[in-house]
Design a protein around this ligand. Sequence first.
Ligand SMILES: *Cc1c(COP(=O)(O)O)cnc(C)c1O
Length: 417
Amino acid sequence: MFVIHASPPVVQVNSNYLKLKAGYLFPEISRRVQAFSASNSNTDLIRLGIGDVTEPLPSACLEAMKAAIDEMGTSSGFHGYGPEQGYAWLREVIAKNDFQDNGCDVSAEEIFVSDGSKCDSSNILDILGEGNIIAVTDPVYPVYVDSNVMAGRTGKAGSSGQYSGLFYLPLSEENGFQAQLPEEHVDLIYLCFPNNPTGAVASKEQLKRWVDYAHQNHSLILFDAAYEAFIQDEELPHSIYEVDGARDCAIEFRSFSKKAGFTGTRCAFTVIPKTLKGKAANGDLVDLWSLWNRRQSTKFNGVSYIVQRGAEAIYSRQGKQQVRNLVSFYMENARIIRQQLHNAGLKVYGGEHAPYVWTSVPKGMNSWDFFDHLLEKANVVGTPGSGFGAAGEGYFRFSAFNTRENVEMAMQRIADI
Ligand SMILES: *Cc1c(COP(=O)(O)O)cnc(C)c1O
């Protein structure tokens, strides 16, 4: 970024933004894809890169939204500003279906409906103090790191790309892509299961270790469950609140984006248990629910009535079936990707309870070399593991979000290289 010494002085910018690494992952992918396309005009590329869904919205959601639009055109059915926390009827079906029916103690009041987990998992820093020691995994969903950089919670990035002031928990083949508990004290821990980008999952015992650590260290876990709907094994936990004691140490983020094709429709929610406490500078205990409620009421005006009606329909009998079909469709894609990459001689991870397959790259190549190799030789676009953090070097992510035809063709082309 350019820093111009202006005279006379102009307004000050948030200098934390200047610490962000210039070559952010997805713009760099676009740059390479564009450069390749410009000199190879009639090749059709297959994109298994960015994690966006491809299948249409479930019809139950579509019908509910159409009906809501019609209501909005009548004087009796018109809705203006809704509650900032989300409509009670949506929060109640969420609390019942996603938590209470699975034995989790979460009430409708503890659910805050929003327009995305990306915003919630970044905005949560608004209510947390500056002195916290923050742990993230490496590789990681880049939003957790960049939002901390923007909020001034880190120092500068070093040559490896890691920021000073963040505590990195490396994920690797050796630890089965499960972060080890920090040996030192950390205050905030970002966890994401099923994981983006590695596709790894955590058992209840593994989550319990984090909850125990958080209790011993008075830490707060920020648990991202955006991919819970992709879990295939009934033994695996969908929510951190399936672990006893998590109500006192964890916030959970959920999203309808991947589960029900809402990436463009926008609806998600965050659970803040009323039992969660933090401490003020004077040592007084403060409940996080009240702070988040205040934050949302001040800075957010809720998700549209129409979209919340669409989200409610996810929990109808038809909606649940349609979501199951959607998830099965993508998971069959993931199975095909796993199988074919394995046949092509790559080591494959993930893709069994998550729509991402994580692979090691062939010997002698780094992640970006493999990206270029696939782009040029197979006309397939994936995501280099190093884009998710220094420890992602040597790995590569394939997304299962595409049509069956494209997935099969992409895998055929890779097999033919
Ligand atoms: C896609 C994704 C989300 C969902 O973000 P939205 O803003 O709700 O669309 C959250 N966390 C992770 C790790 C994701 O990959």
